[in-house]
Design a protein around this ligand. Structure first.
Ligand SMILES: Nc1ncnc2c1ncn2[C@@H]1O[C@H](COP(=O)(O)OP(=O)(O)O)[C@@H](O)[C@H]1O
Ligand SMILES: [Mg+2]
Length: 312
C-alpha cells in the first residue's frame, strides 16, 4: 500500500535560557500531535539530553544525534521507537554531543550539518521537533535555527523572562537575515503559569503582541507538579492512564491543535488572514475541559501500566 506523503514540518523549540520549559514542551507537544495521528520525530540536540531522559532513555545507552551528524548512520536505524509515546520516535542525545565541533572536519559548514538528516526526516515524519540547548551559539542550536521552518519560543512567565524574550527574538531576526529567511515564529508558549499572577500574564501578553503580532496562543500551560514528576519518571503526560482528566494534558492537546492550525495554513497565518482557531477542525483529540484538580497517583505507575498504554 502506498503511504500518504508526510507533512515534513520542521519546528525548532528554543530559547537561549535554560529551565524555561523547552524540553517539556517538546516532548508533550510531540505526544499530543502523535495522538492526532501525526507521525512525529523528536531530535534531541542538547548535550544535556533533556528530551532523551524525559522519554525514559538512559543517556549513553543508544546511538543518536551525534552518530547521525558524524557518521553514515541512517535515521531509520537510529530512531528509537520502543516505549515511546504513541506516534513519536526519538533521536537521542548524549553528553559527547558537546564535542561535536571538534569531531567535525574544519571544512564542514556548521550551519548546514542538519541538512542530510532533515531531508530524510521530512520524508518520514509529519512533525520534526528539535529540542535545542540553552545556548544560542552552540553549533546544534545554530544549525537548528538555520534549517527549521518554524521557531517555537518557550518561556516561563517570570518578570525576568521579558529580557530573554527580546534577546531570543533578536537572535531569530539575525538568523533570518543571514541564514534562513524562511524561519518564522510559530508562537510563544508560556508554561508553568500561575493562575493567580494575572497582571504579569497580561504584561507578557502585551510584550508578545507588540513584538510579535498574532504569535500568542490561546492556550497556556499551567503550573503543574505532575510535569517535573513525570519527567523524573521518563514519561510524557500522554503515557499516564487517565490523562484526559489532567488539566495540563488538556492544555497540551489544545496547544497541539493550535500549532496544527497554524502550520497547515502557513500562508494565511503569515499574512494575517488565518481563520480563528476552532478545535472542531482539528485531528487532535479534545477532551472536555475540566476545572477541578485531578490527582494522579504517579507513584503507583508501573512500567507495564504506562508502556502498555503507549504501544497501541
Ligand atoms: N507547566 C509546568 N509546571 C511546572 N513545572 C514545569 C512545567 N513545565 C516545565 N516544568 C519544569 O520546569 C523545569 C524546566 O523545564 P525544562 O522543560 O527542562 O526546560 P528547558 O528545556 O528549557 O531547560 C523542569 O523541572 C520541568 O519539569
Ligand atoms: Mg531542555
Amino acid at each position: 500500500m502506498e503511504r500518504a506523503p508526510r507533512l515534513g514540518i520542521l519546528i525548532a523549540v528554543g530559547n537561549q535560557k535554560g529551565g524555561v520549559g523547552k524540553t517539556t514542551v517538546t516532548v508533550n507537544l510531540a505526544a499530543a500531535l502523535g495522538l492526532g495521528g501525526y507521525k512525529c520525530l523528536i531530535i534531541d540536540l542538547d548535550p544535556a539530553a533533556g528530551a532523551t531522559k524525559h522519554l525514559g532513555i538512559p543517556v549513553n545507552s543508544f546511538a543518536g544525534t551525534l552518530e547521525l551528524l558524524t557518521t553514515d548512520e541512517r535515521l531509520d536505524v537510529i530512531a528509537l521507537t520502543d516505549r515511546m509515546p504513541k506516534g513519536v520516535d526519538l533521536v537521542a542525545a548524549r553528553p559527547q554531543l558537546s564535542e561535536l565541533d571538534t569531531v567535525l572536519s574544519k571544512y564542514v559548514d556548521r550551519t548546514r550539518i542538519l541538512d542530510r538528516l532533515m531531508a530524510d526526516a521530512r520524508s518520514r515524519y509529519d512533525f520534526i521537533l528539535l529540542d535545542t540547548a540553552p545556548a544560542a551559539a552552540d553549533i546544534t542550536t545554530v544549525a537548528a535555527y538555520s534549517t527549521a521552518d518554524w521557531f517555537l519560543l518557550s518561556a516561563f512567565p517570570h518578570p525576568l523572562s521579558l529580557g530573554g524574550l527580546t534577546e531570543a527574538l533578536a537572535d531569530i531576526a539575525d538568523v533570518r537575515r543571514h541564514r534562513n529567511p524562511k524561519l518564522e515564529v510559530l508562537g510563544v508558549v508560556f508554561s508553568n503559569v500561575d493562575g493567580r499572577a494575572k497582571r504579569l500574564r497580561a504584561q507578557l501578553e502585551i510584550v508578545v503582541t507588540e513584538a510579535l503580532p498574532r504569535r500568542s496562543f490561546g492556550t497556556v500551560i499551567s503550573q503543574a507538579v505532575i510535569l517535573p514528576e513525570l519527567s523524573g519518571k521518563g514519561r510524557t503526560l500522554f503515557q499516564v492512564p487517565g490523562y484526559p482528566k489532567i488539566a495540563a494534558a488538556q492544555q497540551y492537546l489544545r496547544l497541539a491543535a493550535e500549532v496544527e492550525h497554524r502550520v497547515l495554513n502557513r500562508q494565511a497565518f503569515l499574512s494575517g488572514t488565518l481563520q480563528p482557531f476552532e478545535q472542531a477542525g482539528s485531528r487532535i483529540p479534545h477532551p472536555p475541559e475540566i476545572t477541578d484538580t485531578v490527582t494522579v497517583a504517579i507513584d503507583s505507575l508501573t512500567s507495564e501500566s504506562i508502556h502498555g498504554e503507549s504501544t497501541s
